[in-house]
Write a protein that binds this ligand. Structure first.
Ligand code: HEM
Length: 311
C-alpha cells in the first residue's frame, strides 16, 4: 500500500493533471454533447493504469478495460456458477485481469491486492449531475466552486499543471464532494463481524455474527444530519461537529478505505478542469439507479459549451 502514503500522493498531482488534460482534449474538446459516466470510467481507469500499474495506452490497456468492466459487472451478482452467467464471466475475467497484471508487472504482480472497483467515477458523475442551471438553489453552490477554481486557474500559465498546494486550496469543492457522497454514497455498505456482543436499540448482536452496515441508514439519519434531504456542503465546515463513525462513505475503523486521499486528489483535479473549461446542462431526464454503484440510467448525457476564458 506504499503507493497510497501521503508522500507518494503529493507526487501524483502532476501525473493525474496530465491524464485529466489528455482525457479532456480527447473526449470533451470541440464536442457539443458528451455522456459522462462512461467517460469518467475511462478516465479513472487510465489514471490507475498510468499511476499504479505503468501500463501504456494501447491494445493491452483496452483489453484490460474490457476484462475489468466484466469483472465489476458480476461483483454483486447472484452466485450461480453456470457458464454464461454474469457471475461466472466475472470470475473468469477476474482471473484474466490478475494474470495480465502479473505478466505486465512481473515480480511486482505478487504485491497486487484485490482492489475492488474504483467508485471515484460515480462520485464525479453525481457531482456533475447536480450542476443543473435550472435549479436556482444549486447555482449558488456552483458559483462558489467555480470562483475558487477559477482563481486557482488564473494563477497558472497556459499548460502549467496543478500542484499539491492548489489541491489544499480546494476546500469548498471537497465539501461539495463530501455532501454528494453523504447523499449518494458510492459504496452502499459492507460486511463486518461483531468482535463482542453489541446491544443496539434493545437488540443483541452476538459476538461472531456477521452484519451488513448500510451507509445511507447513518448518513440520512436526521438525528445525525439535520434536514438530511437538503444538499448542504456547509455541514462539513466544522468536522468535529460530526460524531465518530457517522460520516462513512469510506467506511471506518481499521479497515477504512486506504484510497480515500487518492480519490480526493483525483476528484479535485478532474472537477477543476471541468468547471474552469466548460458550462453544461443535462440533456435528458436522467435518473439514478444502483448497479450496485449509483449510476445514471442513461449514462448522464450533457450538453457542453466551452467557457469564454480558457486556461
Ligand atoms: C470515491 C472513491 C472511493 C470510495 C467511496 C471508497 C469506499 C470504500 C469503502 C466503503 C471501503 C470499505 C471500508 C470498510 O470496510 O470499512 C473501501 C475499502 C477499500 N478501498 Fe476504497 N473507496 C474509494 C476509492 C478507492 C481508491 C481510489 C482505492 C485505491 C487506489 C481504494 C482502495 C481500497 C482498498 C484496498 C480497500 C480495502 C481496505 C481493507 O479491507 O483493509 N479505494 N473503500
Amino acid at each position: 500500500m506504499s503507493f497510497l502514503k501521503p508522500e507518494s500522493l503529493k507526487q501524483y498531482v502532476g501525473k493525474m493533471d496530465l491524464e485529466v488534460r489528455l482525457h479532456i482534449d480527447e473526449y470533451w474538446q470541440c464536442k457539443k454533447e458528451v455522456t459522462v459516466l462512461p467517460l469518467m470510467k475511462t478516465l479513472t481507469f487510465n489514471i490507475i493504469c498510468t499511476l499504479l500499474f505503468g501500463i501504456e495506452r494501447g491494445a493491452r490497456r483496452d483489453k484490460l478495460v474490457d476484462l475489468f468492466q466484466e469483472m465489476i459487472a458480476g461483483m454483486w451478482s447472484i452466485p450461480i456458477n453456470l457458464p454464461f452467467t454474469r457471475y461466472t464471466r466475472s470470475i473468469h475475467s477476474s482471473k484474466s485481469v490478475r494474470n495480465m497484471l502479473k505478466d505486465l508487472i512481473g515480480e511486482k504482480g505478487k504485491e497486487i491486492q484485490e482492489m475492488g472497483s474504483n467508485p471515484h467515477q460515480d462520485l464525479i458523475t453525481c457531482m456533475l449531475s447536480s450542476r443543473n442551471p435550472n435549479d436556482v438553489e444549486e447555482i449558488s453552490e456552483e458559483e462558489i466552486v467555480d470562483n475558487k477554481q477559477e482563481e486557482i486557474a488564473k494563477g497558472k500559465h497556459r499548460g502549467e499543471s496543478l500542484i499539491w498546494e492548489d489541491i489544499t486550496k480546494m476546500k469548498y469543492t471537497w465539501r461539495v464532494a463530501m455532501e454528494t457522497m453523504r447523499m449518494f454514497p458510492p459504496i452502499f455498505g459492507g460486511f463486518s463481524q461483531a468482535v463482542k456482543d453489541i446491544e443496539n436499540d434493545g437488540y443483541i448482536i452476538p459476538k461472531g455474527w456477521q452484519i451488513f452496515w448500510v451507509t445511507s441508514m447513518t448518513q440520512m439519519d436526521d438525528g445525525i444530519f439535520r434536514e438530511p434531504q437538503k444538499f448542504d456542503p456547509a455541514r462539513f465546515e466544522n468536522p468535529s461537529s460530526i460524531p465518530p463513525y457517522c460520516y462513512i462513505p469510506f467506511g471506518g475503523g481499521p479497515r477504512i478505505c486506504p484510497g480515500s486521499e487518492f480519490a480526493k486528489i483525483e476528484t479535485l483535479v478532474t472537477i477543476h478542469y471541468l468547471v474552469t473549461q466548460f458550462t453544461w446542462k443535462l440533456s435528458s431526464d436522467d435518473c439514478f439507479s444502483r448497479d450496485p454503484m449509483p449510476a445514471s440510467t442513461k449514462g448522464l448525457p450533457i450538453q457542453i459549451a466551452p467557457k469564454k476564458q480558457m486556461f
